[in-house]
Ligand binder design. Structure first.
Ligand code: BES
Ligand code: ZN
Length: 638
């Protein structure tokens, strides 16, 4: 890989994609799209352009029964429509007149599902598929009432990224393929349904809701949530959805959403999706946030009560440009979604809260990045430390790490530092504007960068920079170094404590009780506690700082790592409660990993996981099963 220039790589991808069209000898303009190794679709032949989705959500059977109708762009006349499906039961396939169409289902492959290939006639302009989802559908999590805040009604939410949309909708499930959609969804009366689309603000009497998404989006942004959900506005363009008992708290926590939209627009141009709302989901949601257009899905673990975790909102909002507007063409280009978004998130936070705030975020990002690189190096997965990934033949979820986020961030920050902020901002604004509603490959981005930043600024193109940062492993030695004075204060407190000053005295000096420290400072503190702490020291910290009882999930998760490492028994019960209620994978992985390091810890992990597993979404289960070598036999006898 080292000796192949990115231009040669680009040529390879372009040729790969163009060959189908050339062999059919079409005179149409050839769209240069890369082949997506994670989709069976052949969009160069037939692409879906619009979806009409009519669905009934059945909580008793834990299934969705639906009809999906597609408008088509037929580029090659005799070619079939090929969709991705995974675990769906297909009842019938018909054309615009209701006439049946013949179809074949290919073999099912793990995580990929199977191709559904539908034969089209000359006259076929639309295709309809009647189908039902399986209760095991990877994207769907069906929650019992006890798993919700209200404990009265069940709840359903989807998580489609990366390739799980195909488990609830037959679709061309590739991020390079965009379509508009409309939907009619029937849910039990007394429940609200929301999608990544125009949304209702209150419940209907009959449980029927209609939606439209007029901007074209890729399949991984298809989303649905159903539950006992209420709405409160936080501004003219923004609002919050949550279960009624959490609504006030959520609206307070996210009161800054309107300002964030304004700050983002100031940086990279108009918000193109009209409305920006956020829904607070039950705690089993496997991610911190998911950038479903018009409606970010968020974990309740960011309801810290002090607005200290709202950089997550900045992150998901930033995806309205990086990701949702200009989309990674394949999952190998994932850094174009996440690296840009981390960069943009920090710019939004800097604009609103100052450089000393965003430098804390950047410092934590560098710590995470170094830890991820060390970990991947230890596992021999060097290629997974490149920005440009090679995930062919693997579940894309396995290769999506912190690298895309934080190495991506530091690469963009390096460009900013090289060209100056003004030039870089102008470049980014133009990039989003000119590529809006399109997908982008890594090679396409680098070519754009050469043209519109390097050449435009009269700077020679720097191939070596790309080889090291984009196509090379590890952390390049020209990585920008964040400087955080606020963390320097934390370091000096830590140092004084380690040299014997009681924490009580340091606390009063620092006046921590007046909440001068943000969550980020506490995280820095917790991450730098010494490896050789005694139980007495753990107890001293806990007595004064009450980490075990913190209401802040980030702080709890960082503290519990020490609870496990230092066998601090007073923390065990809350550790277990945390693992049983919270399904956010970012918290689960470090805690189960730490537990699995010793035989007693592993036994504890297995017994907790047996209780917790039914509460987790498929994506977390998938990861933790592997981490704990979980199979039915490893289940502890109860
Ligand atoms: N798009 C991601 C979540 C995701 C990534 C889902 C890959 C499926 C596959 C989302 O924007 C995200 O990055 N969430 C982070 C939050 C963040 C502030 C870094 C998370 O969930 O922790
Ligand atoms: Zn993201």
């Amino acid at each position: 890989m080292k000796n192949i220039s990115f231009i040669a790589m680009a040529a390879f991808f372009y040729l790969a994609a163009c060959s189908t069209e050339k062999s059919d000898n079409q005179q149409k303009s050839v769209s240069m799209k890369p082949i997506d190794p994670h989709s069976y679709a052949r969009p160069q032949e037939v692409a879906i352009t619009h979806l009409n989705w009519q669905a009934v959500v059945d909580f008793d059977r834990q299934q969705i029964k639906a009809t999906a109708t597609y408008k088509l762009d037929r580029k090659v006349p005799d070619a079939p429509l090929v969709l991705d499906v995974n675990g769906l039961t297909i009842h019938s396939v018909s054309d615009q007149d209701g006439q049946p169409l013949t179809y074949t289902l290919g073999d099912a492959q793990p995580y990929m599902g199977r191709p559904l290939s539908i034969d089209l006639h000359d006259s076929t302009s639309r295709v309809s598929i009647a189908y039902t989802t399986s209760p095991q559908a990877g994207a769907l999590q069906w929650l019992q009432p006890q798993q919700t805040a209200g404990e009265k009604k069940p709840f359903l939410f989807t998580q489609s990224e990366a390739i799980l949309c195909r488990t609830w909708i037959p679709i061309q499930d590739s991020p390079g393929i965009r379509f508009t959609y409309e939907a009619r969804v029937q849910v039990p009366a007394g429940m609200l349904a929301l999608m990544s689309a125009t949304n209702p603000r209150q419940m209907s009497e009959d449980g029927v809701y209609t939606f439209t998404m007029p901007q074209p989006i890729p399949a991984y942004l298809m989303a649905l949530a159903v539950g006992d959900i209420a709405y409160e506005a936080t501004g003219p363009r923004t609002g919050v959805y949550a279960e009624p008992s959490l609504l006030k708290k959520a609206a307070w926590e996210f009161a800054g959403m309107e300002d964030k939209v304004a700050a983002a627009e100031q940086l990279y141009g108009p918000y193109r999706w009209e409305v920006y709302d956020l829904i607070v989901l039950p705690p089993s949601f496997p991610f911190g946030g998911m950038e479903n257009p018009r409606l970010t899905f968020a974990t309740p673990t960011i309801l810290a009560g002090d607005r200290s975790l709202t950089s997550l909102v900045a992150h998901e909002l930033a995806h309205s440009w990086s990701g949702n507007l200009v989309t990674n063409a394949t999952w190998n280009d994932f850094w174009l979604n996440e690296g840009f978004t981390v960069y943009f998130e920090q710019r939004i936070m800097e604009a609103l809260f100052g450089r000393d705030y965003s430098e804390m975020l950047a410092t934590l990002a560098l710590q995470d990045l170094k830890a991820t690189i060390t970990d991947l190096e230890a596992k021999g997965q060097l290629a997974d430390t490149h920005l440009k990934l090679d995930l062919a033949g693997r579940d894309p979820d396995d290769g999506m790490t912190d690298i895309a986020y934080n190495k991506g961030y530091f690469f963009l920050r390096l460009l900013e530092e090289r060209f100056g902020r003004e030039a870089f901002d102008t470049f980014l604004k133009q990039y989003f504007e000119e590529n809006a509603f399109q997908s982008m490959t890594t090679e396409g981005f680098l070519a754009y960068l050469n043209e519109h930043l390097f050449k435009a600024q009269g700077v020679p193109v720097d191939e070596d920079l790309y080889q090291r940062w984009v196509y090379g492993p590890g952390l390049p030695d020209d990585c920008p170094q964040p400087v955080s004075d606020r963390f320097a204060r934390v370091d000096s407190v830590l140092q004084a404590w380690q040299s014997g000053t009681p924490i009580a005295q340091l606390i009063s000096q620092e006046d921590l009780f007046t909440k001068k420290w943000s969550t980020h400072e506490w995280l820095h503190f917790l991450r730098h506690l010494p490896d050789d702490m005694t139980t007495d020291q753990m107890k001293e910290l806990d007595d004064y700082l009450q980490f075990t009882y913190s209401g802040n999930a980030e702080i709890l998760a960082a503290w519990f790592v020490h609870v496990i490492r230092h066998h601090y028994e007073p923390g065990y019960q809350n550790l277990e409660n945390f693992l049983v209620t919270v399904g956010r994978r970012k918290f689960l992985v470090p805690l189960y990993t730490e537990l699995a390091k010793t035989p007693e810890g592993l036994a504890m992990a297995r017994s907790i996981y047996a209780k917790a597993r039914p509460n987790y979404h498929y994506v977390s289960v998938n990861t933790i099963d592997e981490l704990l070598n979980w199979s039915d036999e490893s289940r502890p006898a109860s």
